[in-house]
Design a protein around this ligand. Sequence first.
Ligand code: PHE
Length: 425
Amino acid sequence: MMDEKWSSRLMFILAAIGSAVGLGNIWRFSYMAGEYGGGSFIIVYVLSVLLIGLPIMILEFTAGRHFSCSLSQTFGKIGKGFAWISAIPHLLNFIVLSYYVVVTGWTLAYLFSSVFVNYLPLAEYSQKYSFLVFTPITLLFIFVIMRTSLRDGIETANKILMPVFFIILLVLVAYSLTLPGLGKALAFYANFGSITADSAMAAVTQTLFSLSVGAGIMLTYASHLGKKEKLASSAAIVAIADTGVALLAGIAIFPIVFTYGLNPAGGATLAFDTLPLAFMQMPFGNVVMPAFFLLLFSVALTSAISMAEMMVADISQKNDRKTSALYATVAVALASIPSLLSYSFVNLKFAGIPVLDFLDGDIVVMAAPLVALMLVTVLGWGWKGFEKESKKALPEMLFMPYVLLIRFFIPLALLALSLSRFTPK
Ligand code: PHE
């Protein structure tokens, strides 16, 4: 087994933020805030981060550092014969990564085209042969980062890409604050719609996705920690950074959307079709557009490598890092083909929708709460050292509330969420 450690607590926190901050923060959060009642969605989301996301992150950090090994080994140590259960979170992680690399490829394609060729909407650009090369390039990046050591690979990638991302984000925010659409953008946020069961569920699912918790990614990252690190405060920093970035991204994006009279619809459409139209009209647009896609590429790649690390950690039980990185990359490359083809001249569909949308919108939305429920149950109930290790990780007054959240409130909330997903409306 590899026994690599982060070079410092700061590097660990940076990598965890790199995992959490992703494409989900840039367009998914802002869009949901608009769709589900603006300010009230934000309040529900923050509550869901505090009561569900943050405790799960602390749980993953605690177990990760304590066992200091891959997810399946961790499960195996918790209970004899438990190791195979880790196949379930692994499968979810693998599915997400299989299409996440494709979308990361799009960010690279648009970065390239915004510098060298004219802008094309996604529906047109994706029909070109050349569009297909960007996913393999993304996979190559991932392979090179993963096969290098933890410190020279993942740490270096985060050390370069995260500052690039933060600087571009802050510049975009500053720019958007000067736009005439700012008033409308703030009004979009400040409308306090009523909170429905639907919006609360959307907030919880978004929490799991955005914080990268519930599937063992943060556990794997924390397995590379030394014994003394402060866990609860590290988790709090990651959660605050992730939520802060989501809010800032909205402040960067919506003034542009409203100033140029665009439709604040979310998802891929906003990032790849709508915003570029604004970039082409605005002063300095030829600088803002590549900067925006570089920002998207940076956050996407740092999230993708966290998913890849979860695979590499388990494969490297029997192989060295280089071989494990190769196996993981080849597996992801093969699995990415259907998603890749769904946005190509093949237009591969499943159940009438592009495979990528099906995986992202249906499979993941349904599976994420269930997988998180399983992970929380195994760690909160099955792991004998849970209370002892939690005591070490938390300030004393938070210990009891935390145990109650992990053992009762969160499983019940996730169960309710999953059940409601499976009942037809
Ligand atoms: N948290 C990332 C985002 O917001 C996505 C992600 C999900 C990364 C699951 C790792 C695991 O986009």
